[in-house]
Design a protein around this ligand. Structure first.
Ligand code: HMG
Ligand code: MG
Length: 316
């Protein structure tokens, strides 16, 4: 059965911008996230506390996060003049953290919400975070322990849930094992990433059903890249299985610098259009979302990969 409500986790300012050849400035990143919040998104990834050598696009995530948290404080204090696009509801700004060094930096910037990111593929894990899967779980256990002690919320990712750019097929049992380990170390939600966007709905469904034997489906999220044009269909399959949280990126931005050939995430506009059509409430206003998309596409000088956004633009 399809749900009445779905939560969208917007990853465009992280997954999206991390993969653009030209790095967006701090000011552009902050303005994009403000526009996304103004469109009704309540969970917006704000950056990554990773090596700036390896992912230069995510350098200065501390400045991005500080600016956003200052907005939140001004909103709570009722100082609407201080906030360009005031929002009336709490917005969470998760940031990616790979190790204790990243956690320290995130804490210093005031982070209240982090995401750790493991993989179901040994080869991808080594390329992405320079260690194997089990070693990464040990690192993340230390990160989660300290983060939870500091009252942070900790989300988990399992990449390569439907295939790996280096080793090809990935066993669903391994996806379930890694998801279970992340849940055991305190992640409140596990986002299952089709990092390279190779999955199809039947495969996505089988993977999600297998993982749900270990982690309740209420704690799972779908994070599907659109390389083969399957992301929306895979999300629909995920909703049918009982998943209620979906990761998307405005304008279909996205990709991982360590997953060659991967396209962007499912476009937020396409997912909101689909959910609206299904009568499922996401809380996101599609017309306001288009402001955010137009803004970032103009700044990056790139087209919008959302079919819904292009169709709506052609009408107006
Ligand atoms: P490492 O083990 O130290 O090894 O870092 P390294 O050789 O990969 O990196 C070395 C440099 O990073 C060293 O600096 C470290 O000190 C430094 P150097 O000595 O060369 O000057 N370093 C750090 N710098 C800043 N912040 C830190 C930090 N830690 C070490 N926290 C590390 C391991 C994971 C940090 C590194 O490999 C890295 O930053 N990798 C990038 C990972 C990344 O951001 N990947 C993209 C996000 S994951 C993704 O997109 C998938 C997802 O969307 C889901 C899906 O689609 O499936 C989430
Ligand atoms: Mg991704």
């Amino acid at each position: 059965m399809l749900p009445k409500k779905v939560k969208i986790v917007e990853v465009g300012a992280r997954d999206g911008l991390q993969n653009e050849s030209r790095a967006a400035t701090v000011a552009v990143r902050v303005e994009l996230i403000r526009l996304l919040a103004a469109a009704g998104l309540t969970s917006i990834e704000a950056g990554s506390f990773v090596s700036a050598e390896r992912v230069p696009q995510m350098a200065n995530s501390d400045a991005v996060l500080k600016a956003l948290l200052a907005d939140s404080e001004a909103t709570v204090a009722g100082d609407s003049n201080a906030v360009a696009h005031p929002v009336e509801y709490p917005v969470e700004y998760p940031v990616l953290v790979p190790n204790l060094r990243g956690l320290d930096a995130a804490l210093q910037a005031g982070a209240k919400h982090i995401a750790v990111f493991a993989a179901a593929s040994e080869a991808f894990s080594r390329k992405n975070i320079n260690c194997g899967v089990d070693e990464s779980i040990e690192r993340f256990a230390a990160v989660a322990e300290r983060a939870l002690a500091s009252n942070l919320r900790v989300r988990g990712y399992v990449s390569c849930a439907l295939g790996c750019p280096y080793q090809g097929e990935v066993a669903t049992a391994e996806v379930a094992r890694v998801a279970g380990l992340l849940r055991d170390l305190g992640c409140y939600e596990i986002s299952l990433g089709d990092t390279t966007g190779v999955g199809t709905p039947g495969k996505a469904r089988a993977m999600l059903e297998r993982v749900a034997e270990v982690v309740p489906v209420e704690q799972l999220a779908a994070h599907f890249h659109d390389t083969f044009g399957q992301a929306l269909a895979n999300i629909y399959a995920a909703l049918q299985v009982g998943v209620r949280v979906v990761d998307t990126a405005v304008a279909g931005l996205g990709g991982c610098p360590f997953a060659p050939g991967a396209a962007g995430n499912a476009a937020t506009e396409d997912v909101v259009y689909m959910l609206d059509g299904l009568g499922i409430d996401s809380g996101v206003d599609l017309s306001k979302l288009r402001f955010a998309a137009d803004f970032i596409c103009a700044k990056l000088e790139r087209p919008n990969y959302s079919k819904a956004a292009v169709a709506l633009a052609n009408r107006s």
